[in-house]
Every structure is written in structure tokens, then in C-alpha cells.
Design a protein around this ligand. Structure first.
Ligand code: ARG
Length: 379
């Protein structure tokens, strides 16, 4: 049975923290560090919720870069494994990593749903609708080769427009009316992608790629493999890591309290490598988001609170590490985590500034230009 006290102090300190976080708070510094860690955990827990709500409301995910989120997941996997292997990391760092891996997976699932599954489903519905219309247009009886049984079209030349005539006959015979329905006539005159669009006006979906031809009716829109592949990876990781984490942690520490390790702490080279890899992935992951904002000259669909919360979470994360210990050995071992968080804070300040610029200043500039143009036109 493991002892239920902090090893350095040889007494139980804050019991619930020991019990649930496997951490040892025996002085004010520990407590402040833990509070920072907990704040970071809470902010990371809610950071992605604003973006989830935005996507849910607009049913579009065009504002957030998919590559950025995929780098988050890749970084999260390195981070989780690194935290498990590197004894100098705090328990709150591990729990935070676990939490944001889960929230990012939820966010990505939502994007995959709206960008791929829902689009593919809408596309299939459109294709089916076109096929139904094609079927409706087909005559019940095939026309006779001679023109005798058909209803003559005024000034119509059957040779010049054989398809039209074919259509006139079948529609009249089916509807028993002298005039073909206008809308259907218009649709029949079109073909290919534009025809598909004109049928389904209700979904003003400009994202759905048009059908290339009528016989694509049974073809599903492909879901990119890269997305599907990374999905499997992170789901597997999410399921397996906590269990493996505990096992590894037990193996490393011998009992729940990680502080024990701080006495005869050995650093894990592999854990360090994973930490550096994680930092590189997280930092470079912001670039696609910054680039997307520049490319679109807009931040529409992007929720700035995701970055505001991430900023607070990263600042408190750094605080939790630095308040706990000022020993160089420990800081050095935590360097990838510290550096990553600091650089991400800087990049998030940049993204938030982009948001303010595109949202407020660019808009005002556009309005002024519009007014100016109006004045010129009036004079
Ligand atoms: N899936 C996540 N939210 N991961 C957290 C990434 C933490 C990293 N410091 C960053 O700000 O990018």
C-alpha cells in the first residue's frame, strides 16, 4: 500500500490534491503553483468551446484552419507522452494535456461533420434529386420513329431540336396539359453542374462541389484520407494513453506522488525529445491560422475567445511551472513546455490583433471607401 503523505515532508499535506491530482502541496509556493495549474486546466477546458459554438451556429468551419487543429492533435499526442515520460513535469500539466486533447477531438469531429459528412450528404441528396427529375422527364412510352403521333410544335423542326420535341410529347401526354411546366422546361434545358444548382435553391450552399456529370449519381464525394487517417490516430491515442500513462507513471514513481521523484529525479531523454517535438508542432501550427486570416483578409467564422482563453491558459501554465521551482535542473527539463507556451502567447497576441484589425479597422476602411465612392458617384 503506498504511503499517503508527501515524501519530502513525511506528512500528508493537502489530501484531496494528493488523492485526485497525485500532487503534493506542502507550502505556499506549491499551493500557488497548483492554483495556476488548475486555472490553466480550466481555461484549456473551455478554450475551444467558443469555436465549437461558432461552428455549431454557422454550420461552417471556414474561419478556423484545419491544419492548425491537426497540429494541435499531433502536438497533444507528443505532449501527453512527453508528460508521462518526463518526471519533472507537474501532474496538472499531464491532466491539462489530457483535457485539451479531448476538447480538440470534439472540435475536429464537428468540423469533419460539417465540412465533409454533412456536405457529402447534401451533395448526395442533390444528385438524387437530379436523377429523379431525369427519370420524370423520360416518357412512359418511347416515341415512334415517325413524327405522326407527336403533337406538332409551331414552327418547330424535329430534326433541329429532337430532344425538345421528345420532351414536349412525354410531358403533355403525362400531364394532359397543353403547356409544359415552365420551371421544368428551364431545368431540362440545362445540364451538368448548373442544372443541379438550379434545382436545389433552398440550400444556398456554395461550398458543396457541383456534380460533374449526371452519371455521377452514385458516386460519393471522397473524404480526404489525411483527415480520416489522423482521426484514427488520435482516437486510438485518446483511448490508450490514460491507461498506459498510469501504468508508466506507476512504474516510474512507484506510488502516486510524483514529488518523490524530485528527490532522485532522472530525466527522460525520450520525454525531452517528445517535448521539443511538441513545441515545434504547436508553434508551427499557428502559422496556417495566421496565413488563413491574411489570405481571406477576414476573420469571419473565427472565435477570438479561443485565442484569448488559450493565452490565459498558457500564461498560467508557465506560472505553474516557474512558481513551483526555481532550480535550474527542473526548469531546464521543463524548457520545451515553457518555451512553447511563451511563444504561443506571443503568436496568440498576434492572432488577436489580426482579429481586431480585420474585424474593426478593415471594416471601417471599407465603409469609408464605400462612402467616398458614393460621394463621387453623386457629384
Ligand atoms: N489541443 C490543444 N488545445 N492543445 C494545447 C496546445 C498548447 C500549446 N501551448 C498551444 O498553445 O498551442
Amino acid at each position: 500500500m503506498p504511503p499517503s503523505y508527501c515524501v519530502n515532508e513525511r506528512k500528508p499535506c493537502v489530501r484531496w490534491v494528493e488523492k485526485y491530482f497525485k500532487d503534493c502541496l506542502c507550502n505556499l509556493k506549491d499551493e500557488i503553483s497548483f492554483s495556476f495549474g488548475l486555472t490553466s486546466l480550466v481555461f484549456w477546458g473551455v478554450a475551444e468551446i467558443p469555436q465549437i459554438i461558432t461552428i455549431f451556429r454557422t454550420k461552417k468551419s471556414h474561419g478556423v484552419s484545419l491544419v492548425f487543429l491537426l497540429t494541435w492533435v499531433a502536438g497533444d499526442i507528443c505532449n501527453l507522452t512527453g508528460c508521462i515520460l518526463e518526471p519533472a513535469t507537474l501532474p496538472t500539466q499531464y491532466y491539462t494535456a489530457l483535457l485539451y486533447t479531448i476538447t480538440t477531438i470534439v472540435l475536429l469531429l464537428l468540423i469533419v461533420y460539417y465540412d465533409y459528412i454533412s456536405r457529402w450528404y447534401k451533395h448526395r441528396q442533390k444528385v438524387n434529386l437530379v436523377r429523379d427529375h431525369e427519370e420524370e422527364k423520360k416518357p412512359l412510352k418511347p416515341p415512334k420513329p415517325t413524327n405522326k403521333s407527336g403533337i406538332p410544335i409551331p414552327n418547330g423542326s424535329p430534326k433541329a431540336a429532337p430532344r425538345q420535341e421528345y420532351y414536349y410529347m412525354s410531358a403533355r401526354s403525362l400531364a394532359g396539359s397543353g403547356t409544359p411546366p415552365w420551371g421544368i422546361y428551364m431545368r431540362a434545358a440545362k445540364s451538368g453542374p448548373s442544372a443541379i444548382e438550379s434545382i436545389d435553391d433552398s440550400s444556398s450552399d456554395d461550398e458543396a462541389p457541383p456534380a460533374s456529370s449526371n452519371n455521377s449519381a452514385s458516386q460519393a464525394m471522397p473524404i480526404p484520407r489525411s483527415v480520416a487517417g489522423s482521426y484514427g490516430t488520435f482516437l486510438a491515442a485518446a483511448v490508450n494513453l490514460p491507461l498506459k500513462g498510469n501504468a508508466l507513471r506507476q512504474g516510474y514513481i512507484g506510488y502516486g506522488g510524483r514529488k518523490l521523484l524530485q528527490e532522485y529525479e532522472k530525466h527522460s531523454t525520450f520525454g525531452q525529445w517528445l517535448g521539443w517535438l511538441m513545441a515545434a508542432i504547436y508553434i508551427s501550427g499557428r502559422v496556417p491560422q495566421i496565413w488563413l486570416n491574411i489570405k481571406r483578409s477576414s476573420v469571419e467564422g473565427l472565435n477570438p475567445f479561443m485565442f484569448v482563453f488559450a493565452l490565459v491558459a498558457n500564461v498560467t501554465y508557465v506560472g505553474s511551472i516557474l512558481v513551483r521551482t526555481t532550480e535550474w535542473e527542473s526548469i531546464k527539463a521543463n524548457m520545451p513546455w515553457l518555451l512553447d507556451a511563451v511563444i504561443c502567447v506571443a503568436l496568440d497576441i498576434f492572432i488577436i490583433s489580426q482579429y481586431i484589425y480585420y474585424r474593426y479597422f478593415r471594416r471601417r476602411e471599407a465603409k469609408d471607401d464605400y462612402k467616398e465612392a458614393g460621394k463621387v458617384a453623386a457629384s
